[in-house]
Design a protein around this ligand. Sequence first.
Ligand SMILES: [Zn+2]
Length: 64
Amino acid sequence: MRGVPSFFIDGEVIVGFNKEALLKHIDFKIFTCNKCQKKMRVPKNKGTILLKCSGCGTKYKVRT
Ligand SMILES: [Zn+2]
């Protein structure tokens, strides 16, 4: 995949998107970290993913 976005499906998701082009192809929802209130985009319809907060590093299991 071009651009190598910093996330991986089926294992762990580390959100650090900066490729706006990606947003045009994937549906996202916004997840807010409980600890630091950082808002992260998570892809939809990917099943249960492990999301790592890019602000504080807290990991969440998120059903997408
Ligand atoms: Zn956080």
